[in-house]
Ligand binder design. Structure first.
Ligand SMILES: [Mn+2]
Length: 377
């Protein structure tokens, strides 16, 4: 079976005040074209279908259109809620939609939804695990030993009796392999935390031939090829400037995954980061409809800089300064803080906020607080 794995559509999202709905419609049309071209037999939506629990009406209309188009092509859809979705709203009419081959798991009721589709090799099971917090699972499975996200997801999956030898998991969680954190894209939001406390070990998915994940906006494998994040289909944050987005085509054969391909997606407007003096940036603009983040290297702030920039690039989203010779702020803060000890991070933060370093007494006080906090965790 040829699956198209998508996630984090975030329909209805605004980026820096810009409504992305037209861009989203454009990319969904492209995805439909890819479905036709590659003979996709099922589409997986691994959560964060909408950007907010109460999405704008136009976002609902867009999803309605997309699901209808897939249904007209007789392509089943397997969808779960993400942390951005309202689980209840996403469940609206899900019983009726299931009759049309649109399988949606919004709420977790104590057991993931299991859907069995068939291909030439027989049954293929989809386990649809909506986004869950440990407390939700604990509520429905009071007998299970649940201390964190990892044990919660394990317990939630353990309830299911395998319905076919070949099983695919659809989930929206923070999944890690060993101690290796996934590479964030920049636009993920809660419940991400520093470290791996709220994360799930990919080893929990050993019973599945493929785990279609959502939550991290950068497409990537987690430890092994068959555990993957599809990533968002569009750049949703300026930190994602220049990131190649894709849809993941997975071919499942007799014994499991046979081939995985990342099909590149081309946005209606690219998101680009330009650096240089303003006069130079606006002198010969190219692809002027793109979403632009400009870092100006002019020695002093310029009046009307944004107005000038927008005259050349009407969709300029952000403007900042980095006069020549000054240190650049790292574009990816996660890389900058990675591996730094807590004391050092706090010292940096304090110095930045207060313009002075911590005194020895303060350092000790912070150390004490930190120790107390870790005891109460
Ligand atoms: Mn997301």
């Amino acid at each position: 079976m040829k699956l198209l794995h998508l996630a984090d559509l975030h329909l209805g999202k605004r980026v820096n005040g810009f409504d992305m709905l037209e861009d989203q419609r454009f990319i969904l049309e492209q995805i439909l074209t890819l479905c036709d071209k590659h003979g996709v037999e099922a589409v997986v939506l691994a959560g964060d279908i909408y950007d907010t629990p109460v999405p704008p009406a136009a976002a609902c209309t867009l999803l309605d259109w997309f699901l209808t188009q897939l249904s007209l092509r007789h392509v089943p859809v397997l969808a779960v809620s993400g942390n951005h979705d309202s689980a209840e709203r996403l469940d609206f009419a899900s019983g009726l939609l299931a009759e049309q081959g649109v399988y949606i798991a919004g709420r977790f009721h104590g057991m993931p939804k299991q859907v069995v589709l068939h291909d030439r090799y027989g049954p293929l099971e989809f386990t649809l695990l909506p986004f869950v917090r440990a407390a939700t699972v604990r509520h429905y499975l009071p007998e299970a030993e649940i201390s964190d996200y990892d044990s919660a997801v394990s317990a939630a999956l353990a309830v299911c009796e395998p319905a076919a030898p070949r099983r695919v998991l659809v989930a929206h969680q923070m999944v890690v392999s060993g101690v290796c954190p996934p590479q964030l894209a920049g636009s993920e939001t809660a419940p991400l935390t520093v470290g791996t406390v709220d994360s799930i070990d990919a080893a929990r998915f050993a019973g599945f031939c493929y785990a279609a994940l959502g939550h991290i906006h950068r497409a990537q494998r987690v430890g092994i090829d068959a555990v993957r994040y599809a990533g968002s289909p569009l750049c949703y944050h300026l930190d994602e400037c220049g990131m190649q987005k894709s849809a993941t085509l997975v071919r499942i054969g007799k014994r499991g995954v046979e081939k995985i391909e990342q099909l590149p997606l081309t946005p209606r407007r690219a998101m680009r980061h330009l650096t240089g003096p303003l006069a130079k940036l606006v002198a010969h603009p190219t692809d002027t409809e793109d979403y632009i983040w400009a870092t100006l290297t002019d020695p002093t702030p310029l009046p009307d800089a944004m107005a000038q920039l927008r005259a050349a690039y009407p969709n300029a989203m952000r403007l900042d300064y980095q006069p020549k010779g000054t240190a650049a702020l790292p574009a990816d803060m996660t890389q900058a803080v990675k591996g730094k000890p807590f004391a050092e991070l706090f010292q940096d933060f304090f110095t930045k906020m207060n313009g002075r370093a911590l005194t020895t007494e303060e350092v000790l006080a912070v150390k004490k607080l930190r120790e107390e906090a870790s005891k109460s965790e």
